[in-house]
Ligand binder design. Sequence first.
Ligand code: FES
Ligand SMILES: [Fe+2]
Length: 383
Amino acid sequence: MSSSATTLVPEPYVWTEPPLGDAKSAPTSFYTDPEVFRAEIEHIHLKTWFFAGRVEEVASPGDYKALGTVGGPALLVRGEDGVLRAFANVCRHRASILLEGCGHASNIICPYHAWNYRLDGTLAGAPGMREVPKFEKPPHGLIPIRMEVWEGNIFLNYDEDAPDLTTHLGNMPDLVGSHRMGDMVRTWHIEIETKCNWKLLLENAMETYHTGIVHAATVGAQRSVSFPTSGEWHCIQVQSNRSIAVLGQEPPFPVIEGLSEQSRKGTYFTVVEPTTQFALAQDCMWWLAVRPVAVDRSVLSVGGCFPESYTRVPDFEARAEPYYKRWEAVALEDVGILEKQQVGLSSLLARPGPLSWRDDMVLAMNRWVMAHLPAHIVDRMGA
Ligand code: FES
Ligand SMILES: [Fe+2]
């Protein structure tokens, strides 16, 4: 743990104004107005870092992963040179997508007219194009997407001018460094299509006010503390002296070796603005990554990671199974209530309501988004 980690001191809740009692939830149009959604895409999602997967998903030369992103279909590919690259998953001829799902390839062949690309994105062949005057291959390689990797986590950004990922993460690495996410591997993953605004999924993931009710049959009531942070992220810690990533049993995995004193006290729930959550328990990490699709539609990716050394025990899958069940069950409980909330928000009669002190991160995240929107959009909401 670096010395600066000790400067992150938890508080009961994080906000200074307006005074508790005056703070309100955001206007309903924040979650329902297509104009607001369009502004978020333009001013937030296409300008900031978002999670795209883990390096071990594309571990060997030739491994690829196709994924949907807010900027369209994207492709992660490990080249023959071992370098991981990200491209638009779009052919340079007439824009068919190239690959789907995950797999292994020695080159990338378009399924439409068979233009083919090397794993480094350069165009290797274009049938019949030799007869086309002025055609040259070099300018027609796959279009790269800006990518950075932190602790095995792959982030993409459509804005070449955005601050780098390290700047975006601020002091997050200080707090979560002793989890050594870079030594973990993804062992489980699901995607859920949801009928709710992307922000509801993140807000819900950062408050424990609802857990005793929505998750009465699973994780139950929880208590959390909040951390004032620097950088574009937020953090709470659900306090528990054992991992809450597994339900109703002693965790079958040991505490991560070298875990900091603060990190042993519970599970960090973080949001790296705008769409990525890392939850870090004493024995594992799981993520929630949200892809906004429409003002009332989002795709939720949930993935689970363990230290690589844990996965080498012979009964690893049997030990990990309860974690997978818990992650899926809790995610579905959350999505269930958020789809009800989205319907309620569409009421003509819905109004901003008073926030609890336990909604501190909801307010912080609302403010982060509002601060990145043009004034006329914020005015339009009456926020
Ligand atoms: S669209 Fe890819 S080769 Fe024609
Ligand atoms: Fe929840």
